[in-house]
Design a protein around this ligand. Structure first.
Ligand SMILES: Cc1ncc(COP(=O)(O)O)c(C=O)c1O
Length: 393
């Protein structure tokens, strides 16, 4: 039967990883893959994760099944981290999911159970996996303008205009912070204006929170979620612990759904439980148990907040370093937009041909759109990177 299958096109970023790995040039730089890297180029296991893992090994007495919604303490702790006290507890439900991706997929599935032919509006551009995760589940995707590639700013007026014309009841996907791929996030005033349009047009926000703590701090990065949760009747939030806890391969995340009436909560809970059972039965436990230990221990939690700040500061410093180096090496070109971005990603703002030359002539790897992962920059490689970029401009 499998002879009928046709090969799928290779994933662009995974292909880039392989090309970079096989490149013998010692000066090569990987700005493609979306993981945090420290000053030595490693993606470290945070110290708090190591400590919590040790504690878990010493105290865990069973690995019996945990249930479709995962661990209740983990869910409550993540819900508090995300919403603080902004959403009414009696209208909010949170379940543990296999990462942010698993959460997006469950969210799509449950929306499809609740609504016929649902449409979700996504930013142009958006994270490359939103389309396969949401569209693959059966949702219709439409686009709203977001990133102005020439001015390197958010097209807020065009975005609001598009949303004002969207049919009542449609969903709108936002990145809570550190927009992937552009790095540009709405300001507090812009989030307020967006919320007003959602309220006026009866649109449902669907917020992807994959980088809490990587833009400003844990609370400010959740502003959009908390503001919308206190002003709108319904919302969906998918969160990921891959980046801020460094738990990428352990697959840790949550799905939170705010509903209009408390009476809907037990019904939605039973639907989510049933849906998860048909998909993967139960989420993996190990990483979530680690997160739960960290968030519920005052010392570990304080240390973890410090670790997140350290990652955020390093990303910020590397962005500034690259911007300064480009100012020196390519003074006729404006790269000031690099400094306006949050989180690991932004567009360098060069053409696909220049991206290809950077790879071929200099061993510098990034996706064709010129999205770069700033965490791939170090104090040692920034000079070579800026000289190479200047050479292809
Ligand atoms: C915007 C965005 N959403 C969600 C995710 C999901 O991450 P994970 O499935 O590893 O939790 C990512 C990861 O790169 C992302 O960039």
């Amino acid at each position: 039967m499998f002879e009928s299958l046709q090969p799928m096109p290779a994933d662009a970023i995974l292909g880039l990883i392989v090309e970079h790995r096989n490149d013998p040039r010692p000066e090569k730089i990987d700005l493609g893959v979306g993981v945090y890297r420290d000053a030595s180029g490693q993606t470290p296991v945070p110290d708090t994760v190591k400590q919590a893992e040790k504690r878990l090994l010493a105290t865990q007495s069973s690995k019996a099944y945990i249930g479709t919604a995962g661990d209740a303490l983990f869910n409550a702790s993540m819900q508090a981290l995300t919403f603080d006290a902004a959403a009414p507890d009696d209208r909010l439900i949170t379940i543990q999911t296999p990462g942010g991706s698993g959460s997006l997929r469950v969210a799509a599935g449950i929306v499809l159970r609740a609504k016929e032919n649902p449409t979700v509006w996504v930013s142009t551009p958006t994270w490359a996996n939103h389309e396969p995760l949401l569209g693959g589940a059966g949702m219709t995707l439409k686009e709203y303008p977001y990133y102005d590639r020439h001015g390197h700013v958010i097209q807020i007026d065009a975005m609001l205009e598009t949303l004002r014309a969207a049919p009542k009841g449609d969903l709108v996907l936002f990145h809570a912070c550190c927009h992937n791929p552009s790095g540009l996030d709405p300001s507090v005033e812009q989030w307020r204006a967006i919320t007003d349009v959602l309220l006026e047009r009866e649109l449902v926000p669907f917020i992807d929170l994959a980088y809490q703590g990587f833009a400003k701090n844990l609370d400010d990065d959740a502003f959009a979620i908390r503001h919308m949760a206190s002003h709108l009747p319904e919302m969906i939030v998918t969160s990921s612990c891959s980046k801020n806890f460094g738990l990428y391969r352990d697959r840790v995340g949550t799905l939170s759904v705010l509903v209009a009436s408390a009476a809907t909560v037990p019904i939605l809970a039973s639907q989510l439980s049933h849906y998860v059972r048909t998909l993967y039965s139960m989420p993996p436990d190990h990483g979530a148990a680690i997160v739960s230990i960290i968030l519920n221990d005052d010392d570990l939690r304080a240390q973890w907040i410090g670790e997140v700040s350290e990652m955020r500061d390093r990303i910020h410093d590397m962005r500034a370093l690259l911007s300064d180096a480009l100012k020196a090496k390519a003074p006729d070109h404006d790269f000031s937009h690099l400094l306006r971005a949050n989180g690991m990603f932004c567009f360098l703002g060069v053409t696909a041909e220049q991206v290809a030359r950077l790879k071929k002539d200099y061993g510098i790897y990034m996706v064709d759109s010129s999205r770069i992962n700033v965490a791939g920059i170090t104090a040692e490689n920034v000079d070579y990177l800026a000289s190479s970029i200047a050479a292809v401009l």
